[in-house]
Ligand binder design. Structure first.
Ligand code: SF4
Length: 415
């Protein structure tokens, strides 16, 4: 068999770059998904609204699937079509609309930043990636690049999870893709590759390719518009473990971008050898006792007590059933006592631990926490009034509960 071509971790040939841009953009024009933020950005919005429309979509899409985001995005833009409208909303309203989308601090930060644009920047969005990142709290390098390129035509690249995967495969980058050395190199590459006349489309095309063709587990290489530029595919077709190193990048046995010597190319994985990530940190394990307090409402329908979480930290400002974190390995008897004490603070009267009915457990994975809720219930007689407590609390019907700013985990608890 002929020797495979050298592995290059960079794009040095301008003809290759031009061809890649052309192929990718032609594919994007043919195959791009019809998404509401694209439709909105293509209308005659003024520059600030264009930037805002892209900004909202980018924040919602962080850590969340496109299919989930669409409905939230449409409702958000209907309710708050401008930065000014969002700046006037309350955090409660933002949390209510965000409920179920996860990573709640995103909505809160977006609203805080919108307030800043209105109060300190005269309602005008910064126009460059540098200014967006510098002036808007919560806007990182990726979001700034996306807004600047898509809304304002700045020729600046973006690097998100999809782009990391595509670029690592295109250039056989097998070192830990979350390491600063690799991330820096990928940003350089994204900035060099981005099409100068259609930067927003190019960036979206690269991300779209990662989302629909160059997917994590079973990429559709046969249909890929940039397959002729793909070194991972080339390596797979040749089936060789180590192609001739490129002198510029692959110092003998010591290349900072190649897979580590301890985990060399695995031919059974093919192109999915790339990218590689360091092992994830194990999520923190937490146990929390929670109690669904139920009373008969004025129309005979059940009502439940919900209380508000603190305004900072995990699930900031969201509502939940009264809950208290538990030490690990607590006996059930002790758990009941801890919970009963906690409930007393809300109700202003003693609660008998043995009156609490154990219903079961609900597990929920937050970004970095493996949470188990131990669910108790306590039906109450008559019209219970609550002690004035340090945080707000209220009784809600089932319908009101679902319309409140409650997390998905709490909905599971009620179920
Ligand atoms: Fe990804 Fe395959 Fe295309 Fe390479 S050829 S970029 S691995 S889909």
């Amino acid at each position: 068999a002929p020797a495979p071509p050298p592995a290059r971790h960079h794009f040095s040939d301008s003809v290759e770059v031009e061809t890649l841009r052309g192929n990718l953009l032609a594919w994007y024009d043919r195959c791009k998904r019809d998404l509401p933020w694209r439709a909105l950005a293509a209308t005659e919005l003024d520059a600030d609204r264009r930037g805002y429309a892209v900004w909202v979509s980018e924040v919602m899409l962080q850590q969340t699937q496109v299919a989930t985001v669409i409905d939230y995005y449409n409702r958000w833009m209907q309710k708050w079509p401008t930065l000014q409208a969002l700046a006037q909303a309350s955090l409660e309203e933002v949390n209510e609309l965000w409920a179920g989308l996860g990573y709640y601090s995103r909505g809160k930060r977006l609203q805080e930043a919108a307030r800043k644009v209105v109060s300190e920047l005269a309602g005008h969005m910064p126009r460059t990636a540098e200014d967006l990142q510098k002036l808007l709290p919560g806007v990182g390098r990726y979001t700034a690049g996306a807004i600047a390129s898509i809304s304002y035509g700045q020729a600046t690249g973006v690097v998100d999870g999809n782009v990391i995967r595509v670029l690592c495969r295109l250039r056989c980058i097998g070192a830990d893709s979350s390491s600063p050395a690799v991330i820096d190199r990928l940003w350089d590459m994204a900035n060099a590759l981005v099409d100068r006349s259609r930067p927003g489309d190019f960036n979206q095309a690269l991300m779209e390719l990662g989302a629909t063709v160059c997917v994590p587990k079973a990429p559709l290489c046969g249909e890929c518009p940039v397959k002729q530029h793909c070194q991972a595919r080339c390596r797979k077709l040749f089936g060789k473990s180590i192609p001739v190193p490129d002198v510029e990048d692959c110092g003998v046995g010591d290349c900072p971008l190649c897979p580590p010597a301890t985990e060399p190319w695995d031919s059974s994985l093919g192109v999915t050898n790339f990218p590689r990530k360091a092992a994830k940190k194990q999520p923190r394990v937490m146990r929390t006792a929670t109690c669904v307090l139920e009373r008969r409402g004025s129309h005979g329908a059940p009502e439940y007590l919900i209380v508000q979480r603190p305004s900072s930290g995990l699930l900031a400002g969201l509502w939940e059933f009264p809950s208290i974190p538990l030490a690990q390995d607590l006996q059930e008897k002790k758990e009941r006592e801890v919970l009963a004490d906690h409930l007393q603070a809300w109700m202003g009267q003693p609660v008998a631990a043995k009156g609490l009915q154990l219903i079961g457990e609900v597990t929920h994975i937050f970004s970095h926490i493996h949470q188990t809720y131990v669910v108790y219930s306590l039906p109450l007689d008559g019209d219970m009034t609550l002690a004035p407590a340090s945080s707000p609390s209220r009784w809600v019907t089932e319908e009101e509960f679902h319309a409140s700013a409650v997390s998905t985990a709490m909905k599971k608890v009620l179920e």
